[in-house]
Ligand binder design. Structure first.
Ligand SMILES: [Zn+2]
Length: 149
């Protein structure tokens, strides 16, 4: 059975589909991934270029002499880490089934933001605040593209 994975940006202008098993999934703490993702780290999974189909045109930024970063020029969602001819990496959180892709390794761990080590121990919202937040959330109308084609 062939696995089929889909995903894309927040607005839906750029979508991707990839057939077959995914490669190595990682999180990268390097300063370039922090900037490119606007996030403490980048979460990426390798995919074979030959099995990758794009809908829509992604913006590109060459972040070094070796790597180009792809993103949606309309909504800004980071999408790719393009490092090779046969494989590139896609942003795990951009996948429709992001929760099914589990990183197996941390890269450039020495560059991590040190508070990352304590995230799991951070408290959640206190109950009274959580209630108010849930009420606010109930009124939000999402314009985000749904997690399917
Ligand atoms: Zn978009």
């Amino acid at each position: 059975m062939t696995e089929r994975w889909t995903g894309g940006c927040q607005c839906g202008a750029v979508r991707f589909a990839v057939e077959g098993p995914l490669g190595r999934a990682s999180i990268c703490h390097c300063r370039m991934c922090q900037k490119a993702f606007g996030s403490p780290f980048g979460a990426l999974v390798s995919v074979p270029v030959a099995e990758l189909i794009w809908t829509g045109e992604r913006g590109r930024f060459q972040s070094s002499n070796k790597v180009t970063r792809g993103f949606c020029a309309g909504c800004g969602t980071p999408l790719t880490f393009e490092w090779g001819e046969t494989y590139i990496d896609l942003a795990i959180a951009a996948f429709d089934r992001a929760g099914e892709i589990t990183p197996a390794i941390q890269l450039d761990r020495e560059s991590r933001l040190l508070w990352i080590d304590h995230v799991a121990a951070l408290p959640g919202r206190p109950p009274q605040e959580a209630e108010a937040a849930a009420a606010r959330m109930a009124k939000i109308v999402s314009y985000q593209h749904p997690d399917h084609d």
